[in-house]
Write a new protein. Structure first.
Lengths: 357, 286
């Protein structure tokens, strides 16, 4: 049984608590991504599941067994590291067979399972090479091969694609997804890249400063972000935010006095709020919020327009092409159900560091 | 891989730079090798040829010093002693020092850093200050003039040395290597012996060579802790140089010196090939 239960797990280094009570239930065969900015505790949590970090408080169960005090080798897990951690003195075949040899699996069985994994991953011609003779993408594949020959209860991935270039990252991402659909092994996947999390996972756990901000399917997070942090973190380009006061149900005044008419009222009836609208949810209309265009970036299938509304930078993403030129004034409209309301607060910095990596 | 490719227009300049570098290399080699050359030359001279001014570069070589001193100073026996002590101290230090260095590099222990520094600082004590206490302890234990005594005495300064060298080597290895091994079914000891030690072989080997050379040439403890049975070559050389009765026999001195150097050179040449091969493996990059 490949379930993983994380029950009120805490982690402290001395007096410093870095995980403040985290609970997640992961079902058998599920692909769960832990995502958040660096230092949010996602890797620490993964390493605690692996048994590489002690658990300060709470319980972690793999299957029905509490594994808090179980050694990593006895947890029946396999892990893929960011730097792959291939054994440099062993060739690809021995790297992949090492775990089975530790478990005293017979020579012929090891051979069969390594060959199977190599076939799945297209590693057959490389089996006799040393890691240093492989490209980054091949090393990544060997690291995955080393995990799948084990046929473990749970796969753990710690930022496995971060060391690859952008193109290879996209390719390996779909390979990982395909592999999961084929093997259906429970997977916990740590990444700082929200797109990776969204595209791969059945469920995404958004973490921030040692707590869970929200757990949900990728589209739930996109459609109904529970907090300003999640709203800022999920989606690319990031959501636009405006802070202001409600003069009446649908009249929203920004700091400089600019009044915007909202298509809908805040369901919670706040006096002061931060509203969020995704770039792709704006439409250019005859009437609406007036904004001055500063940059137009066509990519063919869509066009990103950067404009200024009451001095604030607003990003707009429209399908297809536009004749709009910098310096012009456009009018922005948005559908009622696509406006998000949050308690007024400064926008988390994560929105700015989008896609840096 | 890291050396920049030489582009054509810069060829003349870089060939000049290359020549300068080669000339510098030759100069340094001459400075280092001349004393050894002079020692070997002297060992084949007759006593009368040694002190001529200007020094003689051409003379009739003689093996007299070798033949005479082989008998007189019990050189074969001392050579065997030196090999036993150097190999014993080198191996003991590499085993203990490597494991200690690994612990300091990886195991989270309260006060581990302080512990490491204290061990290193203990090397700040001049060996001469330790020689007499060590002699007294050895005598109490009945260990005077035994191989094991020198092996243990040398380990006191070799273990800290190995420990610190290997510690920084281990710290340069990615932690994930052991973590991966531990997930793959190893205990920490298993990960250390099956993954870390094989990867570290080149580093281990060069540390072992240096340790053995340090033990090979050590004089002070050998002088104090041994007399006849376990005495080593450096003691013999010191004996010849400090012979106040007959005066220093320079031919004999350099002959014994040459005999001392030969095993080290042969050993270094033997392991060199292997050492370079090991380094070329590119151990640290997964």
């Amino acid at each position: 049984m490949g379930t993983v239960q994380i029950r009120d797990v805490r982690k402290s280094y001395g007096a410093l608590e870095v995980l403040h009570g985290v609970s997640i239930d992961i079902e058998d065969g599920e692909f769960v991504a832990l995502v958040g900015p660096s230092g949010c505790g996602k890797s620490t949590l993964l390493r605690m599941i692996a048994g590489l970090e002690d658990i300060t408080g709470g319980d972690i169960l793999i299957g029905d067994r509490v594994v808090n005090d179980v050694a990593p080798k006895d947890r029946d897990i396999a892990m893929v590291f960011q730097n792959y951690a291939l054994y440099p003195h062993k060739n690809v075949r021995d790297n992949m067979g090492f775990a089975l040899r530790q478990r005293r699996v017979s020579r012929s069985e090891i051979q069969r399972r390594v060959d199977d994994a190599a076939r799945i991953l297209g590693l057959e011609p490389l089996l006799d090479r040393k890691p240093r003779q492989l490209s980054g993408g091949q090393r990544q594949r060997v690291a995955m091969g080393r995990a799948i020959v084990r046929d473990p209860n749970v796969f753990l991935f710690d930022e496995p694609l971060s060391n690859l270039d952008a193109k290879l990252r996209v390719q390996m991402r779909s390979e990982i997804k395909e592999l999961h659909q084929r093997l259906k092994t429970t997977t916990v996947y740590v990444t700082h890249d929200q797109i990776e999390a969204m595209t791969l996972a059945d469920r995404v756990v958004v973490m921030n400063s040692g707590i869970i901000e929200q757990v949900g399917s990728p589209l739930e997070l996109y459609d109904h972000p529970a907090s300003l942090f999640v709203a800022a973190f999920i989606g690319s380009p990031p959501m636009n935010f405006l802070e202001g006061d409600f003069l009446d149900a649908t009249t929203f005044a920004l700091a400089d006095g600019t009044r915007l008419r909202l298509p809908t009222a805040d369901p919670k009836g706040r006096q002061r709020a931060t509203i969020g609208i995704r770039p792709e949810h704006f439409t250019i209309a005859e009437t609406g919020w007036p904004a001055t265009v500063s940059v137009v970036e066509p990519t063919g299938s869509e066009t990103q327009i950067t404009c200024r509304l009451a001095g604030k930078v607003i990003r707009v993403l429209i399908r297809g092409r536009t004749a709009t030129r910098p310096g012009e004034t456009i009018h922005l409209a948005v559908a009622p159900d696509l406006v998000h309301f949050f308690d007024a607060a400064p926008v988390p910095a994560v929105a700015e560091m989008e896609d840096v990596a | 891989m890291s050396s920049p490719a030489v582009s054509l227009p810069r060829r003349s300049r870089s060939s000049l730079a290359t020549r300068l570098r080669i000339a510098g290399g030759i100069l340094v080699s001459v400075i280092f090798l001349f004393p050894i050359y002079w020692m070997i030359l002297t060992s084949f001279k007759d006593q009368v040829d040694i002190f001529t001014t200007p020094p003689k570069f051409f003379f009739t070589p003689t093996l007299a010093a070798y033949v005479e001193y082989m008998k007189r100073a019990d050189i074969v026996n001392r050579l065997v002693n030196t090999i036993i002590v150097a190999a014993g101290a080198g191996l003991l230090s590499i085993v203990v020092g490597t494991m200690a260095g690994y612990a300091l590099a990886r195991v989270r222990l309260r006060g581990a850093a302080t512990f490491g520094v204290v061990i290193l600082l203990s090397r700040g004590v001049p060996p001469i200050a330790l020689a007499v206490p060590m002699f007294l302890v050895a005598r109490k234990l009945g260990l005077i003039d035994k191989h094991i005594t020198l092996i243990l005495a040398y380990s006191t300064f070799l273990i800290p040395y190995v420990m610190w060298l290997m510690r920084s080597f281990f710290m340069s290895l990615p932690r994930e290597l052991e973590e991966s091994a531990m997930i793959d079914g190893c205990s920490r000891y298993g990960a250390f012996f099956k993954i870390i030690v094989p990867i570290s072989l080149p580093g281990l080997l060069s540390t072992l060579i240096f340790s053995m050379i340090l033990a090979w040439e050590e004089l002070l403890f050998a002088l104090v802790l041994t007399s006849r049975h376990a005495s080593t070559i450096p003691v013999a050389i010191a004996g010849i140089a400090g012979d106040t009765v007959n005066g220093a026999n320079w031919a004999a001195l350099t002959a014994v010196g040459t005999i001392t150097v030969i095993p080290v050179v042969v050993f270094a040449l033997l392991v060199q090939k292997w050492l370079i091969k090991g380094l070329a493996e590119g151990a640290t990059k997964g």
